[in-house]
Design a protein around this ligand. Sequence first.
Ligand code: ASP
Ligand code: MG
Length: 443
Amino acid sequence: MKVLKFGGTSVGSAQRMREVAGLVHAPQLGRRIVVLSAMSGTTNALVDIARLLYAQDVAAATAGIEALRQRYHDVAQELLPGGHAPAAIGQLDQHFQTLLDLTTAPLSSDGERVILAQGELLSTLLFHRYVTQVLGHPAVLLPALDFMRLDQDDEPDAAYIREHLAATLAPHAAQQLFITQGYICRSAQGSIDNLKRGGSDYSASLIGAAVEAEEIQIWTDIDGLHNNDPRVVPGTYPIRELSFDEAAELAYFGAKILHPSSVLPARQHGIPVRLLNTMQPDAPGTLISSRTGSEAIKAVAAKDGITAINVKSSRMLLAHGFLRTLFEVFERYRTSIDMITTSEVAVSLTIDDPARLPQILEELRRFGTVEVDENQTIICLVGNLLQDAHGAAHAAFAALQDIPLRMISYGGSPNNISLLVNTVDKTRALLALNEGLFRKPSP
Ligand code: ASP
Ligand code: MG
């Protein structure tokens, strides 16, 4: 079995859906599960509808629902000619009725999740109808809500997913092509939930792990993970091969193309993940597997919105247990730490979620002097640093000689160096690293 996931842009119009249908038709793919996102813009529109309902602006929410309905009717007309559109529109309208029903009472968080779930239900409905009715290819629509489930800790319940997906597939032993929704799932209590924004990649990886797929393909509108941020740096190029660890670091530290959690299930089961481009289906893309290539530094990614906290305490000198008490503060406020550096009397660390910062700071002040720097950026260099015979780390620091570095973290893992800079210096730093590390494209 293979799993092929297509993102919102890849299914963003009738034309794009037709192209995806062509891609997933290739018979050499064998048995496959196609996981779809919502059409681009839909989840944002649904988020907006929920926000309006929370604000009790029923008129604007209703207008938003009607606008979305119109868009889907138009897509259905275009995608499903020859008399197939009316039945599809009837089915689409059931989903819009679900949305309209939620405007009649104050919105609950359960209601919000029902709203957010409609996007993937709509896109898969249209795509499945196109494949089966217009193209006449056999395909089975698998309801993700029948097998995707969270556990009590709101983490995907791998055992449940494996068992229930197998049961959902069982009646279709002869079928080759399956279609299902990304992103949506049920909570441990059984109500409709989701895997958070961008979660369709995670769905694909969880499904791949559940069926022990031979490969997971993530199709987007860019030709793989790039060696630097293409929005900031000109002339970036796709990295051909990454290890699971390298890909996880890049995804976590800013490469927008892949949901960071999605690497984990694939890694656990040793399933290669291929990042491919719908617009250039023949391009090699990026292969993520347990192999690591030979280049020392393969890529640079940047993550904004970081807060750095420095705690200076004379109590730390020659004391033990200090770091534990310090970290417990972050644990109490369920705030995760990304980077950490220490000296004998001070600790610097970073967080990316400042929601509980005031409470955290109040507790930290009991330890000593606390300083906070907001608007910081983590720049993460990823590669196989064990192979750094050619001094790539040195080249990186040389490239950054004019840029103030607030923190440096090296040696925590064999494939990452993290640097903290002020966000105003980010563009300069990424350009300088590009010059210093990647001036010639990899062979
Ligand atoms: N549709 C969801 C979102 O926009 C999930 C996804 O596309 O991955 O976040
Ligand atoms: Mg995505």
